[in-house]
Each structure stands twice: as C-alpha cells, then as structure tokens.
Design a protein around this ligand. Structure first.
Ligand code: ADP
Ligand code: MG
Length: 250
C-alpha cells in the first residue's frame, strides 16, 4: 500500500491530479499477425506533457491511434479520461474525438481550400454556428502565428507553416488532449523549435500532450518525460519515473 501511494505521487506530482491517459497491459496485433504493441502499460496525468520515442516501426503511431480509437487493442485496456476507448461503440467516437486533437504524421491537409477553411472543417463537422466558428478559427490560427495567411492555399505554405496549420486544425475544438505524431519529422531545427514552443504554450494552459518524435535535438535536456518503445515494448527508463505500469504494483 505504501509503495502504491509512493508511485502514485511520483507520477502525478501531487495528490489531486488525475490520470488522463492510461494503458494497462495493452497488446495490439494487426490482421497481418504483426504484434505492434506488446504488454504496454503507462499513465499520463492530466496536464502532463510527454514524449514518445523509439525506432521507426517501434509502434509509436500505433500507440497514438489506440488513444484516438482509430485502432483497437486486442487485449488490455486503453483509458482516456477514464473512458475505456477500446470498447467504445462507434456512436460514441465523436465525443471522444471532440476532446482530442490529433496532428497526424501525414498532414492530411486539404489543398482544395484555403488555410481558414482547413481549420474550419472540424467545427463544421461539429455543427458550430458561423460566427462562433470564425472566432475559434482565428483564435487557433493566432496561436500558431498564421493569422496573416488565412486566405492562402496550404500548398503555398512552407513546411513549418503547414505543420503549424495542422496544429491549428487539431486545437480548434479546444481539446484537453493533444496527440502529435512526429510533428517535427521533416523540419529544420529552427522550425522544429518553433513547433515545440507552440506545444509548450499549450502545456502551460493545462492541455495534456503526447508527442512522438525521434528528433534527438528535441529530446535532449528537454526535462520532459520520455516513453521509449522498442519493437512494440515499452522500455524501462530509469531517468523517468513512470514507465512502470500502474497496474502491477503489489
Ligand atoms: N495497418 C497495419 N497493418 C499491418 N501492420 C502495420 C499496420 N500499421 C503498422 N503496422 C506495423 O506495425 C509496426 C509499428 O508501426 P508504427 O506504429 O507505425 O511504428 P512507428 O510509428 O514507431 O514507426 C510496424 O512494423 C508496421 O509495419
Ligand atoms: Mg509512426
């Protein structure tokens, strides 16, 4: 019992913080038979910012997709905001996704519409009225410093600007959780730092962030907790205090 309390405090920093994302002995096997995640357990507290790293093919994208219920675990549980998202009925997915912003690895920007309309799209799906949506779109573009480009076509933006646009689109719903899959993957160091500064500003206002990256310049000395995957297994990382599962203490 004492041990349990100790670990709980270490994870959460202080007593009142609750778990926002919780994996318990999660296995994910693709229909091909490939085991992409093996017995993965970890917790992320509300308002925490965490990096997810590991070699190409280690399972980073798979792990993020499980949180967003884009993929489902074969066994184990994935809790997001205390909801078992692996067992969600498809009708409940929009409610989960409203609380979740995702910056995908492969952009998914729409080049048949301008910057403003790319960010507007998630709000249109949710059925916000025109005035409220415009306000939110501009607020989101402002946060990533793209207000001046709202009429541009995304094709005319630099790589760093396109990535910022993806972030604006991910946060326009004001989600409490933001997932980003290698958001600085193809960017120069300077642009990568810019993107990280944006994420840190979300962290400061209480958003929970999980960011996959194998960008050493970002990981080094960041002071941010790092989860490391290797061939689908979470590595025990002695420098971070929470790669052990919460479900396996005595
Ligand atoms: N839809 C899929 N079907 C079959 N195998 C997949 C699928 N998606 C990913 N994989 C495999 O699962 C492993 C982990 O992939 P992924 O999660 O994308 O790793 P990472 O993001 O760390 O590069 C890889 O070997 C990949 O080939
Ligand atoms: Mg990936």
């Amino acid at each position: 019992m004492k041990n349990h309390l100790h670990i709980d405090e270490a994870q959460h920093g202080y007593g009142v913080t609750r778990k926002m994302i919780s994996f318990n002995q999660v296995h994910k096997r693709y229909p091909s038979g490939y085991e992409a995640l093996k017995n993965v357990s970890f917790d992320i507290a509300e308002g925490e910012m965490v990096f997810l790293t590991g070699h190409s093919g280690a399972g980073k994208s798979t792990l993020l997709k499980l949180i967003a219920a884009i993929e489902r675990p074969n066994s184990g549980s994935v809790l997001v905001n205390n909801q078992n998202v692996g067992a969600l009925k498809s009708g409940a997915l929009p409610y989960l996704r409203r609380n979740l912003g995702i910056v995908f690895q492969d952009h998914k920007l729409l080049f048949d519409r301008n910057v403003f309309d790319n960010v507007l799209l998630p709000l249109q799906i949710c059925g916000f009225d025109h005035r409220e949506s415009s306000k939110r779109v501009r607020a989101a573009l402002d946060k990533v410093n793209l207000l001046k480009r709202e009429k541009a076509n995304p094709i005319a933006l630099s790589g760093g600007e396109q990535q910022r646009l993806c972030i604006a689109r991910a946060i326009v719903n004001r989600p409490s959780i933001l997932l980003a899959d290698e958001p600085t993957g193809n960017l120069d160091a300077e642009y990568a730092q810019e993107i990280m500064a944006i994420f840190k500003s979300f962290h400061q206002v209480g958003v929970t962030l999980l960011i996959s990256t194998h960008d050493e310049s970002i990981l080094q000395d960041s002071g941010v907790r790092i989860l490391t995957l290797r061939h689908g297994e979470l590595q025990h990382n002695p420098s971070s205090n929470t790669s052990a599962s919460s479900g396996q203490q005595a």
